[in-house]
Design a protein around this ligand. Structure first.
Ligand code: TYC
Length: 125
């Protein structure tokens, strides 16, 4: 007689190992990422400041503030008068590159028109 090493058809099926089903579609390989505090700081900002002098015409300063700092005539006039009375005034706040370009543009316009108007930028905070 030939004996077979098979299970008897009458013996009960072996207990199945528990099956873990992941909640996601990762197939169980999901990686949990830890949230880290933000490392990048916002960029340093610069204010562009006009300085008062005794020679640059008020009208020229008003037009400069309108043209280079996108202010309406009313606001530009108020800023010009503040500079005239206090000695200096902020015309806008920008990133370093933009502030530096504004200073160059205003200075070039002033020199081309024969005015000594001074424009500088300074870091804020
Ligand atoms: N003080 C100038 C005048 O009386 C006017 C002026 C205003 C000049 C602002 C420069 O940034 C300035 N003509």
């Amino acid at each position: 007689m030939i004996s077979m090493a098979t299970q008897s058809p009458k013996s009960p099926a072996p207990p199945k190992a528990p099956v873990f089903k992941p909640d996601d579609a990762s197939g169980g390989d999901a990686v949990v990422l830890e949230r880290r505090p933000q490392k990048t700081k916002p960029p340093q900002m610069f204010q562009v400041v006009l300085l008062n002098d005794d020679y640059t015409p008020m009208e020229f300063v008003v037009v400069v503030i309108q043209e280079f700092f996108n202010k309406d005539r009313e606001t530009a006039t108020q800023i010009m008068l503040k500079i005239h009375l206090d000695g200096k005034g902020v015309c806008g706040v920008f990133s370093k590159d933009v502030a530096s370009t504004k200073v160059d543009q205003v200075t070039e316009a002033a020199r081309k028109n024969g005015h000594p108007l001074q424009c500088v930028c300074e870091p804020i905070e």
